[in-house]
Design a protein around this ligand. Structure first.
Ligand code: B4P
Length: 193
């Protein structure tokens, strides 16, 4: 299996680039943001529990996300590998993921970290807020809260994987195709290594 994490702050292009990467490499896409939004749309008890937190731009509790990922990995036994998008977002989530994958006798091959300036992130998210149904993209205060959560809790995930030499930084500003090409170069190098 080849498992990769697409990492970066809110609005850095994780969703955008994930679509292309899964198409090219045949990986199973696991986006915790999408999974959580599906729970909200289905008005499940889990969805109702996380709805307000997400609307405020706060991270949802680790236990909820880890359980969701555990189930998703269990339900996808015959895949080439996983692309984790928006997960892990805390060190506790990263440690839990490492354990889940070890139980399957596999591991994270690479963490692709998209780097985008704060000014550009805010611009992109407000822009998406004008066209999508995502309520967390509409309000600048909520966007600021998501970026603050990222800096306080999520940036440490890169440090966790840096200890194992797994992080590759890629500039996430510019043309979407050019960024995709840079990401593929990193993946291809890792696959042949
Ligand atoms: P997510 O769904 O993960 O959303 P996100 O971080 O805001 O980024 P997203 O992937 O959607 O945006 P992208 O960068 O692709 O999380 C939403 C919420 O769910 C979180 O705030 C949290 O509450 C909760 N959550 C999710 N996972 C969690 C976890 N593991 N633990 C706890 N809570 C969790 O794109 C943004 C925009 O930029 C798009 O409009 C796109 O078109 C545009 N764009 C992309 N690339 C571009 C480029 N190169 N140039 C210009 N625009 C570009």
């Amino acid at each position: 299996m080849f498992n990769l994490i697409l990492f970066g702050p809110p609005g850095s292009g994780k969703g955008t680039q994930s679509e292309r990467l899964i198409a090219k490499y045949g990986l199973k896409h696991l986006s915790t943001g999408d999974l959580l939004r599906n729970e909200i749309a289905g008005q499940t008890p889990l969805g109702m529990a996380v709805k307000n937190l997400m609307a405020e731009g706060k991270l949802v509790p680790d236990e909820i996300v880890i359980e969701m990922i555990d189930a998703a990995i269990e339900n996808n036994t015959s895949v080439n590998g996983f692309l984790f998008d928006g997960f892990p977002r805390t060190t506790a989530q990263a440690e839990a993921l490492d354990k889940l994958l070890a139980q399957k006798r596999t591991e994270i091959a690479i963490v692709l970290a998209l780097q985008v300036s704060q000014e550009e992130l805010i611009k992109r998210l407000l822009n998406r807020g004008r066209t999508s149904t995502r309520s967390d993209d509409v309000n600048e205060e909520v966007i600021a809260s998501r970026i603050a959560e990222y800096e306080k809790k999520t940036a440490a995930v890169a440090e966790h994987y840096e200890k194992f030499g797994k992080v590759e930084y890629v500039k996430g500003e510019g043309d979407v195709d050019d960024i995709f090409e840079m990401l593929c170069k990193e993946v291809d190098e890792k696959m042949v290594a």
